[in-house]
Design a protein around this ligand. Sequence first.
Ligand code: F6P
Length: 365
Amino acid sequence: MTTSIKTIGLLTGGGDCPGLNAVIRAVVLSGSYEHGWVMVGFLDGFEGLMDERYINLTPQSVRGILPQGGTILGTSNRGNPFEWRVKDGNDWKIVDRSEKVYQTMKGLGLDALIVIGGDGTMTVSKLFMDKYGVKVVGVPKTIDNDLKATEVTFGFATAVVTATEALDKLHTTAASHHRVMIMEVMGRYVGWIALESGIAGGADVILLPEIPYDIEKICDKIHSRRSRGSNFAIVVVAEGAYSKDGEITLLNPEEKGTIHAKLGGVGLRIAHEIEARTGMETRVTVLGHLQRGGTPCSFDRFVATRFGKAAIDLVEQGKFGHMVCYRGGKIDSIPIADAIGGFKAVDPQGEAVKTAEALGVSFGR
Ligand code: F6P
């Protein structure tokens, strides 16, 4: 048991997601009420540590934030201090600003740092552990549900609710106009949001990165619905989905191969192909960042709150270098080193996909 803890740093890194504020609140309330620790919140992820931008977090300062989306600390998914991009004339150069981060932590007398983030944030945190001996505890977050180290995390459930509600709305307009409606959802290289919202929202076609699609199979499904009197169709496509002889669609193709590559555009691509092959009017909705915003659903608040308290427990136990996780229905922890790299993908032969297929949903295969 560690009794020397006095001051804890806290930051949110990577893309925001619903439930971050619930974690911050749980960390602050538990750290302060249970242990009397001082909490310092760094603004905009690691950038706040580089620029010495931080706020003191007290039970008063987290009042009312439980149902709020986003993060009161701000975040950044561009902030790796070990490879910081700075303008050099007309070019960019990469500099290592990690020493500055370490000096900020030292100057504030931080005994531990709780990082709430995804794979990228955990990877950067591990670098600080390895190089400077920083005592890190991780809390996983993602709307993509792609972290292999945890069965569940917060943010995903809310994103699925948002996508499902959008599908319900698309259904009525699709049926009225006899159209094919395509909804493109986030998820990067995995199809969890598409799969779960597609099933929950009664989609006719669900396209995932894990199952490269055949456009003919998608059109077969639309034709067969039409021959049975249903003259509209709902298609959910994950942004990372691609055809069996194609590749992932990027918003800016010149970013291909970089960590900054932004996925997007597959919905429009498929729409053109469906319209050309079936003659049916086809429209595309890109749900985009609506999936990341807004109030977290009760499930995400429940998980986030337990993760926040569990992170404080790890600090108290001196279990640094660990990340909280959810396994077998319980809150647990795992070494950050084992949690990073690789991702959790949808099983193309798994029960959920098979269930949907049994009900007539096409995955374009
Ligand atoms: O990882 C979360 C996520 O929302 C992905 O689903 C999406 O591809 C990406 O972030 C979008 O990032 P940005 O906010 O930088 O556009």
